[in-house]
Design a protein around this ligand. Structure first.
Ligand SMILES: [Fe+2]
Length: 319
């Protein structure tokens, strides 16, 4: 089909030819594909779940062949099931990590903000700025932007496992990732008690007992953790009594939920995920979701809500 030029205006014989001529000239027509204005956000991440029993078995199998001295960390990424994703959601992410008995991994620091929720530890530690912090199951350790942190496991029999949660998809999208390594002498290192980057489960457990569920049915007993060193993620711990169901909500924030104890289900739009200790649920933004506890249960919630709020885009609705 021939194009006919009239003055400087290109005339084409069909819509396809018009669009192709624009693409051939190095543009993309603003009226096709992504980038256009829509009444509501479209999300290319799916609601998803990862199972701890499966993750633990896979890490144990990898223990003999993956050396953290080479790989930096022995972890498996909770990649979203949507096509070609390496992260759990588009701003926040989780991985399962293992440290073998008697194993140590060198210290490093990065601009990514991170934290770890401890699944199993009988003598595992994180080093924070050159001091050892020993970790108990269900403790949370924060490793904020540019803080030196290493890790090791002094137990010679039992491996240690935890869930890393990070803002790395956000930092990667903004092209602001920096990373450095250094060796530390873990044998001579002092032990730190009472670091403000160490949130102890035993303290959380006591605080939760003094709370009451939200009278409007939106939450169980819910506590926001003090994490001022991490501006990109907000953490809540939420406890549900047996058979408690909270009201559905959807918001422009992304959510990852880690089951700390008990079991239950999370419904996200038309999908229902079962969870028990160590399992992780990903709820992309603008998806209606709610939780139901099968037995007494506690979830750790990680959300990018402070980022969305800071930029003026936070919305929530119950329909
Ligand atoms: Fe790290």
């Amino acid at each position: 089909m021939e194009n006919e030029k009239t003055g400087e205006v290109l005339r084409v014989a069909s819509d396809e030819e018009r669009d192709q001529a624009i693409i051939d000239a190095g543009f993309i027509p603003g009226w096709i594909g992504e980038g256009g204005l829509r009444p509501e956000p479209l999300h290319d991440f799916e609601p998803d779940t990862w199972n701890w029993e499966t993750g633990r078995a896979l890490l144990e199998a990898a223990a003999t062949s993956i050396n953290p001295r080479v790989a930096e960390r022995r972890n498996i990424r909770m990649a979203n099931s949507a096509a070609e994703k390496r992260t759990s959601l588009n701003t926040i992410h989780c991985s399962y990590q293992m440290v073998a008995p008697g194993e140590f991994a060198r210290a490093h620091r990065h601009t990514i903000n991170a934290g770890r929720f401890i699944l199993e530890s009988k003598g595992a530690f994180t080093t924070l700025e050159g001091k050892k912090v020993f970790m108990e199951p269900n403790d949370i350790i924060l490793t904020p932007n540019w803080l030196w942190h290493g890790l090791g496991n002094e137990n010679l029999e039992a491996p240690a496992f935890w869930i890393d949660f990070l803002d790395d998809p956000l930092v990667a999208a903004l092209k602001t990732i920096f990373f450095e390594v250094r060796d530390e002498d873990y044998k001579e290192m002092p032990i730190k008690e009472g670091s403000h980057h160490h949130i102890r489960w035993r303290d959380l457990d006591l605080q939760l007992e003094d709370l009451v569920p939200d009278p409007n049915g939106r939450y169980g007993k819910r506590l926001q953790l003090q994490t001022p060193s991490i501006p990109t993620m907000r953490l809540y711990i939420e406890r549900f009594d047996k058979h408690m169901t909270v009201n559905p909500v959807k918001s422009t924030a992304n959510h990852l939920f880690i089951c700390a104890e008990g079991s239950g289900t999370t419904k996200v739009e038309d999908k229902t995920f079962n969870w028990q200790r160590g399992d992780v649920i990903a709820v992309p933004s603008w998806k209606l979701f709610n939780h139901r506890a099968s037995i007494n249960a506690t979830l750790l919630e990680i959300t990018d809500q402070p980022v969305i709020e800071a930029l003026g885009w936070y919305r929530e609705t119950t329909v």
